[in-house]
Write a new protein. Structure first.
Length: 121
């Protein structure tokens, strides 16, 4: 395969990854917005200041974001994570498969990303 074809595939994969990250942040926004706009802003403030993850950096720092939600909400974080997953799967056009109760939030997001990248290639 020629170098230009490989570069083209790399650029498309990067564009799809960026698109997925935008959809993920949008899904998070919607989930947090369901708690109220001022609550959403407060959560983002706490996540950024206490856990050092800015809103636009969440896709690269999912474990820290999840940890922040768990510190803020305790067991209630799971409810928000499920809302995020439902919103994300709706946005990417893939069904949400809850195959195992053992899968963690970050694993679901990774699986959704993989499915999204496969779907669009």
């Amino acid at each position: 395969m020629s170098n230009s074809k490989l570069q083209g595939r790399g650029i498309r994969a990067l564009a799809k990854t960026t698109e997925f990250e935008k959809l993920l942040v949008s899904a998070i926004d919607e989930a947090l917005n369901s708690l109220g706009a001022s609550i959403k802003q407060s959560i983002y403030f706490q996540i950024e200041n206490k856990f050092k993850v800015a809103r636009n950096e969440i896709p690269e720092n999912l474990e820290e974001f999840q940890g922040g939600l768990e510190k803020i909400f305790g067991a209630g974080a799971r409810f928000i994570e499920i809302l995020i997953m439902k919103n994300l799967h709706s946005k990417i056009g893939l069904p949400l498969k809850m195959e195992s109760e053992q899968l963690e939030f970050v694993e679901y997001i990774d699986a959704a990303k993989e499915g999204f990248l496969k779907k669009t290639n």
